[in-house]
Design a protein around this ligand. Structure first.
Ligand code: ZN
Length: 312
């Protein structure tokens, strides 16, 4: 009888440990300051580099680990977990999801299976209840196979954050700043106060043109005014390199969004048709930035339609 139990537990251990295939991209944790770390993703489109195109972070406290975002596949999250385990064997207590977009949440299940609680911004249920959520997961099961497959599932949050929320774990103090519907249906950032490190999520893209999509661009621009006033020394954007120069890291997204608003407001105000307006704008300041070709026209069009709605 004992032998059978042992066999089963070995089998359980074996299947569990091997549940997530090892990615071939290198997932490495970098220490930023004190107990704050981040995992720098590569810069690319959603399905490039096995989905490793967004950043994640974690803070180690005496009581356990606070994780910020979970990368774009369970395999990547599992590789991140291994990086955390090189530094600490403390339990993963909490995962803060900056927003519910595929490239930041498909790794959640790995931490959930470790017993972590998931906190997500208000708006998350709008995404989870939409048709877009299962449709995109099904599409990614093909485009990101085998990293996203039939065992990949959407994890529901344990707690919804709908206002600025301070909390503590161990000796560490944290502040969640809730932004509302900005870049997605709901966005928030995490400030590790002891480490003076801000994890911003996708309200900041460093080193590339951001994806505007269905964002509320005016609210986004106002949010950046707010974030630029948070006191911090280290800054981790949703995409791109972290730095100890927060204002510089925020600069491209800030300039770009305000440029779009300024230029396209004029066009909408004059009732200039989009194609004509787009051709007349001097994009020189941004056209050498990565992802310009892929994103700029789509962004400009989305902003044009948005401004038409709100300027009526
Ligand atoms: Zn993202």
């Amino acid at each position: 009888m004992k032998k059978i139990t042992l066999l089963f537990s070995l089998l359980f251990w074996f299947t569990h440990v091997n549940a997530y295939e090892k990615p071939s991209v290198e997932v490495v944790a970098e220490n930023l300051n004190g107990d704050a770390y981040y995992i720098p993703g590569l810069s690319g489109a959603a399905t490039e580099y096995e989905g490793f195109i967004s950043n994640a972070g974690f803070v180690i406290t005496t009581e356990g680990v606070v994780v910020f975002d979970s990368l774009g596949t369970p395999s990547l999250a599992n590789a991140m977990l291994k990086e955390i385990r090189k530094i600490t064997d403390k339990p993963i207590k909490l995962v803060i999801a900056s927003h519910y977009h595929a490239d930041h949440i498909y790794g959640l299940q790995v931490f959930k299976e470790q017993g972590a609680k998931i906190w997500a911004p208000k708006g998350t249920w709008d995404y989870l209840d939409s048709e877009a959520a299962p449709n995109l997961l099904n599409a990614r099961r093909i485009s990101l196979y085998p990293w996203v497959d039939n065992k990949t599932y959407l994890v529901e949050p344990d707690r919804i954050i709908d206002q600025d929320t301070p909390f503590a774990l161990g000796e560490h103090q944290f502040l969640l700043t809730y932004f509302g519907k900005v870049h997605s249906e709901g966005d928030m950032s995490l400030l590790s106060i002891n480490d003076q490190t801000l994890y911003s999520g996708d309200i900041i893209f460093e080193g590339r043109i951001p994806f505007v999509g269905d964002a509320d661009i005016i609210k986004w621009s106002k949010t950046l005014d707010r974030v630029r006033n948070i006191e911090m020394e280290y800054f981790v954007p949703g995409h791109g390199m972290a730095s100890d120069q927060p204002q510089e890291t925020m600069d491209l997204t800030y300039r770009y969004l305000n440029f779009l608003i300024e230029q396209l407001s004029l066009a909408v105000d004059d009732m200039t048709p989009f194609d004509e307006a787009y051709a007349a704008i001097d994009w020189l300041e941004f056209e050498d930035e990565p992802a310009f070709e892929a994103a700029n026209r789509k962004n400009a069009y989305a902003v044009y339609l948005y401004l038409e709605r709100v300027m009526d």
